[in-house]
Design a protein around this ligand. Structure first.
Ligand SMILES: C[S@@+](CC[C@H](N)C(=O)[O-])C[C@H]1O[C@@H](n2cnc3c(N)ncnc32)[C@H](O)[C@@H]1O
Ligand SMILES: [Zn+2]
Length: 216
């Protein structure tokens, strides 16, 4: 015989448990997920405590901000979640997936070994005859070459030095310098690099059309 669920009774219990409880979704999550219907972990904790027991398995088929992940952890429940939207799922994964920091560091090292030298080459400059690298160039893009050599005053440009360097120069002790011919030549050289083989893949589409993502 089917067991009849006493919905009115459950609704009463939930409404008592939630009385005087604000729906205070953490700000960072509010800014990340803009859709309506977000529930704070505190609300979900209360609902879980009314309806379920420790170690129960909880399924949230509309994961959204993933607040149910936080709530199930706080209340010692096991968890499965489903999210349709690729963007939301990808962000949930970034925010909640367990990170193996050693493995992550090894991936960064692999990337560094493969491309760091090539990437740094693009930013190479010199100061007082010593090799250095560009961190930032302040320039007026609308003024062409002149916009690099003589950009309009800006609070970040001190003494006409519109290049910020990655390393402090050993000779002059500064970490800024003026834009010079070496920098213009580098710019021209870099703009001629053949980028036709660069990947054009799109890794993440903010779309509600897609396969359903399962979060475990
Ligand atoms: C109202 S929001 C989530 C509310 C959630 N309680 C929270 O606090 O964020 C609903 C979520 O369900 C997702 N969704 C909608 N239809 C779905 C479906 N058929 N399968 C899986 N997820 C779905 C949406 O993409 C959205 O992220
Ligand atoms: Zn110098």
């Amino acid at each position: 015989m089917k067991k009849k669920i006493q919905t009115a009774e459950i609704a009463d219990k939930i409404s008592v448990a939630l009385s005087n409880l604000e729906n205070s979704v953490p700000r960072s999550f509010k800014e990340t997920f803009t859709f309506k219907g977000r529930k704070s972990p505190e609300i979900i904790c209360k609902v879980l405590e009314v309806l379920t027991n420790e170690n129960d398995v909880i399924l949230d088929p509309f994961l959204g901000t993933g607040m149910s992940i936080i709530a199930t952890q706080r209340t010692n429940r096991k968890f499965f979640g489903i999210e349709l939207d690729n963007y939301t799922y990808a962000i949930d994964k970034v925010l909640f997936e367990k990170i193996d920091y050693k493995l992550l560091a090894s991936y960064f090292k692999q990337i560094e070994d493969a491309v760091k030298e090539k990437v740094m080459y693009l930013y190479e400059t010199d100061c007082c005859g010593e090799k250095n690298y560009i961190k930032k160039v302040l320039f007026d893009p609308q003024n062409g070459k002149e916009g690099y050599y003589n950009p309009s005053p800006n609070r970040e440009i001190v003494d006409g030095c519109n290049i910020k360097l990655i390393y402090k120069c050993h000779k002059c002790g500064s970490n800024t310098k003026k834009f010079e011919d070496i920098d213009w030549n580098k710019l021209i050289q870099v703009s001629k690099i053949d980028v036709s083989s660069f990947p054009k893949d799109t890794y993440l589409v903010n779309s509600r059309i897609g396969s359903v993502n399962i979060f475990v």
